[in-house]
Ligand binder design. Structure first.
Ligand SMILES: [Zn+2]
Length: 64
């Protein structure tokens, strides 16, 4: 089974992460590479921060 990074695949980059010796050699499974997991975490952090500052400016902030 080939494990490929779904994000790399979308960007047309070499996406193969690893090959696993499980049942089907023709099967493809989606994972995420180190590059994209870092990018994704960063994006999530930015979005959380954005949502948090939005809710603060709306006066519905989280009590500290
Ligand atoms: Zn990737």
């Amino acid at each position: 089974m080939r494990v490929v990074c779904a994000w790399c695949q979308k960007e047309g980059r070499p996406a193969l992460l690893r090959e696993e010796d499980s049942c089907d050699g023709s099967l493809e499974s989606h994972g995420i590479c180190d590059d994209h997991s870092v990018k994704l975490l960063h994006e999530i952090k930015m979005r959380l921060r954005q949502a948090w500052s939005l809710s603060l400016s709306e006066g519905a902030g989280v009590p500290l």
